[in-house]
Write a protein that binds this ligand. Structure first.
Ligand SMILES: *Cc1c(COP(=O)(O)O)cnc(C)c1O
Length: 246
């Protein structure tokens, strides 16, 4: 019943391998994260059984609903959605090891407070809005340094890099410009050598643009549709706004 998933995962691995080859990178420098919003636990399970180890939800509610069905299968849980302060406690409870979508100090601070109480630490990526457009989420590139300096002082959060959602566009150049922009911010922040800040990870590239992202230096690509099929729910439900086609 879930044979499509195995087949799709193989196709993704082939795409990763080809893009890496084209840009002279080794395939093991790119991690595949499965974006599982709206996907049922049994389909996620099928994907995990094929040996893919990182999954990520956009909503704490979905994380919670699928948790019991998946907890016995070894995997890492990341979080890629817009995080609300009142959901932080649960996020920690369900064992998320990396949050890709930190874009405000308030939520980072709340997360740090809750982690202190739980005696845990977490990895975070700072989400940058590289397309200056509809997606409200993500900090502006010019403001990233200030936010990162603030977060770097929080004891239980460890900044590992940056995340972005590329422009949804048929223009390869416009999409590529987003990823280049993220990489530029990465380089700038790296040069500042801020304590408690690593800039090793670039989380960028999805089903439609992963090759471009890999060519521009992605270390984590987040793939949903190309593995699990089209979602019935529009992404605007998750991203807060419509992404127009340019
Ligand atoms: C849904 C989602 C993805 C995966 O998108 P696909 O186009 O289905 O591969 C990646 N990143 C984020 C933040 C998402 O919400």
């Amino acid at each position: 019943m879930n044979n499509d998933i195995k087949f799709n995962l193989q196709k993704i691995q082939d795409r990763i391998a080809l893009a890496c080859k084209k840009s002279g990178r080794s395939s093991d420098t790119v991690q595949l994260l499965l974006a599982t919003k709206t996907v049922s636990a049994d389909r996620i399970q099928a994907a995990l059984q094929s040996g893919h180890q990182i999954i990520a939800e956009n909503k704490v509610q979905e994380l919670k609903e699928k948790y019991d069905a998946l907890k016995h299968i070894p995997h890492s849980n990341h979080f890629i959605g817009h995080l609300q302060s009142n959901k932080v406690k649960e996020l920690i409870k369900y064992g998320v090891s990396c949050v890709h979508s930190i874009d405000r100090f308030e939520v980072a601070e709340k997360l740090d407070q809750r982690l202190a109480l739980a005696g845990k630490d977490i990895d975070v990526l700072v989400q940058v809005n590289t397309s200056d457009e509809e997606s409200k989420f993500g900090i502006a590139p010019e403001e990233a340094e200030q936010l990162i300096r603030q977060i770097s002082k929080l004891e239980h959060l460890h900044i590992k890099g940056l995340m972005t959602i590329g422009l949804f566009s048929s223009s390869e150049e416009k999409v590529r410009a987003c990823f280049k922009r993220l990489r530029k911010v990465q380089t700038e922040i790296k040069d500042l050598k801020i304590a408690n800040v690593e800039m090793t990870e670039l989380s960028m590239g999805m089903s439609g643009d992963l090759e471009i992202a890999i060519e521009e230096g992605a270390t984590i690509i987040r793939v949903g549709t190309a593995v699990f099929g089209q979602r019935a729910t529009p992404d605007s439900d998750y991203w807060n706004e419509h992404k127009k086609q340019f």
